[in-house]
Design a binder for this molecule. Structure first.
Ligand SMILES: Nc1ncnc2c1ncn2[C@@H]1O[C@H](COP(=O)(O)OP(=O)(O)OP(=O)(O)O)[C@@H](O)[C@H]1O
Ligand SMILES: [Mg+2]
Length: 409
């Protein structure tokens, strides 16, 4: 039977919802998408539950009209500002007399991660196994059926402040949507946007959204840093508005029309007529005045990312690649060149086209769907062969944790 999954990306500038069909092979087929502008999130924090829930409701209605599917539950994103990641190793003794590792052993070793002592206000929202170790032999992806006495797992544990999730749950509840799981954005983005080699050799993913820039670092196939800076594309708009003394909406239009990150790329520095703030008078400015402001702000965002990376020590001896993502930066021609100047490292933009992603705004949603599909995949194989499976257990954790939150507030 085919599975239908949905996800909701609550961003600073928009709410985006997708519904997809999961094929038998675990491939994601997008059935419908809806996007609604939303101003209920500031600096990555929900400040207006009604505005978010209205946007979610409207997306759900659009998806119903488009696909005839009623979205009752969805996976939802959480960004770096709200979560912490830590590494945890747990171990159990293998129970069977013949020492064959069963799904029960795998479930127990993963469950042990949940025993970790956390401060009162923090909750685990996801457990992502990096590798299993059987009797000291590491690098094992699926220990099921192997022989051993001791089973260990090294995991990335995602934890978040319970109060933060309160508002996400409430916003979705008001739109009659329950949560299937919270997905740490960077984990999903890392899977979709980075190549296997980048994750192995080292990559910094810089996702510039509307109000927030997420910075994450991947090394040896794992995420080693996940943080956020409260600046994004909306700050470029704001700078243009203040710098040229024009309205925000006019500034946003100018930004989108002259979307260059470098003044050196201006081919024709012509004059543009814009409205003064009072709305009655017009004035003339030059393209270079807009682009200078864009360049200065993007450079500042990159410098802030660099500072963050240096602060955490993640930049010492770093020789990997920088990958830029998010609608706040992806439309800006010259952003890759500017980033190269700041970081002095190879830089590229997420390969939206070859990933089959039509717009940068859809990246998070599609990445979440693919990430969930990947984690469900083996569980589906499992149903057919009736062989208990590791990933099904791991995936069950997401659902179980979400169920703790649903109806909690
Ligand atoms: N065509 C365009 N040219 C330039 N900038 C654009 C364009 N379209 C969107 N943007 C900018 O992209 C930003 C929104 O990016 P994105 O959709 O990735 O953010 P978000 O997910 O809503 O927010 P966040 O991730 O910060 O919570 C806004 O600042 C918007 O002005
Ligand atoms: Mg976003």
């Amino acid at each position: 039977m085919e599975d239908i999954i949905s996800c909701i990306d609550i961003g600073t500038s928009k709410v985006c919802a997708f519904v997809a069909r999961l094929s038998e092979l675990g491939n994601v087929e997008i059935l419908g998408k809806a996007i609604e502008p939303c101003s209920g999130v500031k600096k990555g924090v929900i400040v207006d539950i009604d505005s978010v829930s209205d946007a979610v409701r409207s997306c759900v209605q659009k998806l119903k009209a488009l696909t005839n599917i009623s979205i009752e539950s969805a996976y939802v994103n959480v960004m770096g500002l709200h979560v912490d990641l830590f590494y945890f190793k747990s171990s159990v003794d293998v129970l069977r007399q013949d020492h064959e590792i069963t799904s029960g052993d795998i479930e127990r070793v993963l469950k042990k991660v949940e025993d970790v002592k956390l401060p009162e206000d923090l909750r685990i929202i996801d457990i992502v196994p990096r590798q299993y170790i059987v009797d000291g032999c590491d690098g094992i992806i699926d220990p099921l059926g192997m022989a051993g006495v001791k089973l260990e797992v090294e995991s990335d544990v995602v934890v978040g402040k319970i109060t933060t999730f309160n508002n996400i749950v409430k916003s979705l509840e008001k739109a009659n949507v329950t949560i299937d799981g919270f997905i740490a954005e960077a984990l999903a983005l890392g899977e979709t946007a980075l190549t296997f080699d980048e994750k192995e050799m080292g990559a910094v993913l810089i996702d510039i959204g509307g109000g927030v820039t997420n910075v994450s670092v991947f090394k040896n196939k794992s995420i080693v840093l996940y943080d956020s800076i409260p600046v994004g594309g909306d700050h470029i708009t704001n700078d243009i508005s203040i710098g040229l003394r024009i309205s925000s909406s006019d500034a946003e239009k100018l930004k989108r029309e002259y979307s260059l990150a470098l003044t050196s790329l201006i081919s024709n520095d012509h004059e543009i007529t814009v409205n003064e703030l009072d709305g009655n008078t017009r004035k003339t400015i030059k393209v270079s005045q807009v682009v200078e402001i864009i360049e200065a702000r993007i450079q500042e965002i990159f410098l802030l990312c660099k500072e963050k990376l240096e602060e955490t020590g993640e930049f010492k001896d770093f020789s990997g690649e920088i990958v830029l993502a998010g609608a706040g930066i992806s439309y800006m021609d010259g952003s890759v060149e500017l980033a190269k100047e700041v970081f002095n490292l190879p830089v590229r933009l997420v390969a939206y086209k070859s990933l089959g992603i039509a717009n940068p705004e859809y990246l998070t949603s599609i990445a979440i769907l693919r990430y969930v599909a990947e984690r469900m995949k083996s569980g589906r194989k499992d149903t057919k062969s009736s062989k208990p499976n590791r990933q099904k257990k791991e995936f069950g954790i997401l659902k179980k944790i979400a169920s703790l939150f649903n109806g909690l507030f």
